[in-house]
Design a protein around this ligand. Structure first.
Ligand SMILES: *[C@@H]1O[C@H](CO)[C@@H](O)[C@H](O)[C@H]1NC(C)=O
Ligand SMILES: *[C@@H]1O[C@H](CO)[C@@H](O)[C@H](O)[C@H]1NC(C)=O
Ligand SMILES: *[C@@H]1O[C@H](CO)[C@@H](O)[C@H](O)[C@H]1NC(C)=O
Ligand SMILES: *[C@@H]1O[C@H](CO)[C@@H](O)[C@H](O)[C@H]1NC(C)=O
Ligand SMILES: *[C@@H]1O[C@H](CO)[C@@H](O)[C@H](O)[C@H]1NC(C)=O
Ligand SMILES: *[C@@H]1O[C@H](CO)[C@@H](O)[C@H](O)[C@H]1NC(C)=O
Ligand SMILES: *[C@@H]1O[C@H](CO)[C@@H](O)[C@H](O)[C@H]1NC(C)=O
Ligand SMILES: *[C@@H]1O[C@H](CO)[C@@H](O)[C@H](O)[C@H]1NC(C)=O
Ligand SMILES: *[C@@H]1O[C@H](CO)[C@@H](O)[C@H](O)[C@H]1NC(C)=O
Length: 508
């Protein structure tokens, strides 16, 4: 990178562009050629370019021709003379510089990809002259200034990606004129102002990503007109309205993320009409009211995150219908009422976090049926009663926090006596093979359990502990893998003295 002189890179760009114009006007590149670029022949010009020593890499992705051998020095103003160019992809080159206004001369351009080329400065308003453009990607650059309203002239645009730049100012309302748009990504800029209600005209839109900007104001109710919308991500902005009930019209929605805003009001019950929804993220807002019962209609939901709001009322028992739910995060709100027993029907649950609410009543035994559970946080609630034994038999449970409740009874681990000691050892280490090392380990564990036992056979004194540790080391009589926690708890361990093989019953 960076070795080419500016003049040679201008020459390269020009030559490349010319060859592309020739190629594209000669070959309509079918989408079937995407993965097998070798299946179509190059024009004489392209071959000459290849022979000239320029590394014109054949494409493996979406791009028929890709030039990524370290072009530097910016896009020359002379690009404007290539008025017949239909396809220009200079992505992943270190071009730097700014976009020349003469770019607007390429009125036949259908595909413009300048992703990841370090270009800065503003997007010239002449971009609005690229009336044939269907695919525009300027993402992952340093573009600044605001999005020119003329962008609304690109009537044939299907995909627009301006993500990850430094664009400021409002989203121009002219964007609503792009009626063929299916993909709109403005993520990771500093766009401000509100989302123009004209976005509701983009009836072909499938992807709408406005994440990580400084958008404020309300979510326009016109968003409910986007009947093709499948992916909606508005997270990490400053949106401060309630969620419009019209959101329920987005029948094709699969992923919805409005997290990390300041949305208020209650969650509209119409959300229950989004039957294709798999991800629902509303966390870190100021949503209040209760979780609508209709949430139970979202049969395809796999992950629900409504944490860090001010939701109150009970967790609806209809949650038991969400048979595909794997991740349920309702922590840090003001939910009250009991944990619904119906949670036991959610056989696919892996992680549950309901911590830091006002939940009361007992922990339902049915949670013990969730055999895939790895994470269960119910801490900082007002739960009462005994800890159900069933929790102890959850085979994959790795994280359990029941603290800061009013629970009584035994720790579930008391009941895990049928676990083997080898199950609780650090899995990253090989279990000891030396029977003396195994004996030491079992002795320490047995004495630790004796100290915890409410009715131990004998509670070891400090004197006894030190005597045990200082006495002649004993080997374990049986292989370590046969030792269960029950054996340790009940001090039913046999040791042999190394010297005389005498079996002694460990009565520590
Ligand atoms: C742009 O195109 C016009 C004709 O449409 C031409 O006169 C002009 O020279 C071109 N500009 C550049 C910079 O090539
Ligand atoms: C906009 O980008 C150009 C080119 O990278 C830079 O020189 C200029 O300082 C930037 N302006 C702002 C306001 O960031
Ligand atoms: C190109 O765009 C500019 C700015 O939008 C406009 O003033 C100019 O008339 C356009 N040129 C052509 C040839 O359409
Ligand atoms: C949208 O796409 C269709 C077909 O793909 C095309 O006929 C039409 O001209 C495009 N532009 C607008 C503004 O609808
Ligand atoms: C939901 O998803 C299915 C399968 O992916 C699809 O056939 C259907 O059109 C989508 N929309 C609705 C409203 O069910
Ligand atoms: C929304 O975008 C953010 C930032 O890119 C990402 O972390 C999050 O996973 C996205 N949400 C969904 C539901 O895909
Ligand atoms: C939500 O916040 C906005 C802006 O702060 C405010 O105007 C509106 O009254 C609030 N709505 C509710 C239901 O609290
Ligand atoms: C759920 O939302 C919280 C914000 O309240 C966030 O910190 C957490 O990472 C989210 N959890 C997952 C698994 O996405
Ligand atoms: C804890 O629960 C017991 C009954 O199980 C009850 O008597 C006591 O008042 C509760 N304490 C608090 C702080 O809620």
């Amino acid at each position: 990178m960076g070795n080419n002189t500016i003049s040679s890179s201008i020459y390269s760009v020009m030559l490349l562009a010319i060859s592309m114009a020739a190629c594209v006007s000669t070959f309509a590149v079918p989408s079937s050629a995407k993965s097998s670029s070798s299946s179509f022949s190059f024009s004489a010009e392209a071959e000459a370019l290849l022979n000239s020593g320029c590394d014109l890499a054949s494409s493996t992705g979406e791009i028929p021709f890709e030039y990524s051998s370290g072009l530097t020095g910016g896009i020359p103003v002379e690009i404007g003379t290539l008025s017949k160019l239909t396809y220009l992809d200079l992505s992943f080159n270190e071009l730097r510089g700014a976009l020349p206004t003469t770019l607007g001369n390429l009125t036949q351009l259908v595909h413009l990809d300048l992703m990841n080329t370090y270009i800065g400065g503003p997007i010239p308003s002449t971009i609005g002259n690229l009336s044939a453009l269907a695919h525009l990607s300027l993402s992952s650059n340093k573009l600044n200034g605001s999005i020119p309203p003329e962008i609304g002239n690109l009537k044939n645009l299907v995909k627009m990606d301006l993500g990850f730049n430094n664009l400021r100012g409002p989203i121009p309302s002219s964007i609503g004129q792009l009626s063929n748009l299916t993909y709109l990504n403005l993520e990771g800029n500093q766009l401000s102002g509100s989302i123009p209600s004209s976005v509701g005209h983009l009836s072909n839109l499938i992807y709408l990503y406005l994440t990580s900007n400084q958008l404020s104001g309300s979510i326009p109710s016109s968003i409910g007109h986007l009947s093709s919308l499948t992916y909606l991500n508005l997270s990490s902005n400053r949106l401060c309205s309630s969620i419009p009930p019209e959101i329920g019209n987005l029948k094709n929605l699969e992923r919805m993320d409005m997290g990390f805003n300041i949305l208020n009001g209650s969650i509209p019950s119409s959300i229950g009409r989004l039957s294709n929804l798999t991800y629902l993220f509303l966390s870190s807002n100021r949503l209040c009211g209760s979780i609508p019962l209709e949430i139970g209609n979202l049969k395809n939901l796999e992950e629900m995150n409504m944490s860090s709001n001010i939701l109150n009322g009970p967790i609806p028992s209809s949650i038991g219908h969400l048979s595909n739910l794997a991740h349920l995060y309702l922590h840090s709100s003001q939910l009250d009422g009991p944990i619904p027993r119906e949670i036991g029907k959610l056989k696919n649950l892996v992680e549950v976090d309901m911590s830091h609410n006002n939940l009361h009543g007992p922990i339902p035994r049915e949670i013990g049926k969730l055999s895939g559970l790895t994470y269960l946080a119910l801490d900082r609630n007002d739960l009462v009663g005994t800890i159900p034994n069933e929790l102890a038999s959850l085979p994959y449970l790795e994280y359990l926090d029941l603290s800061q409740n009013n629970l009584s009874g035994k720790s579930p681990y008391k009941l895990s006596e049928n676990m083997m000691i080898t199950d609780v050892l650090d899995a990253r280490l090989l279990p000891p093979t030396n029977p003396i090392v195994a004996g030491d380990m079992v002795l320490v564990a047995t004495m630790a359990f004796a100290c915890l036992h409410p009715q131990p056979k004998s509670r070891p004194s400090m004197l006894r502990l030190s005597q045990e540790f200082l006495s002649r080391r004993k080997a374990l009589a049986a292989p370590l893998r046969t030792v269960s926690l029950w054996n340790l708890w009940n001090q039913k361990m046999d040791f042999v003295h190394q010297s005389n093989e005498q079996v002694i019953s460990a009565q520590v």
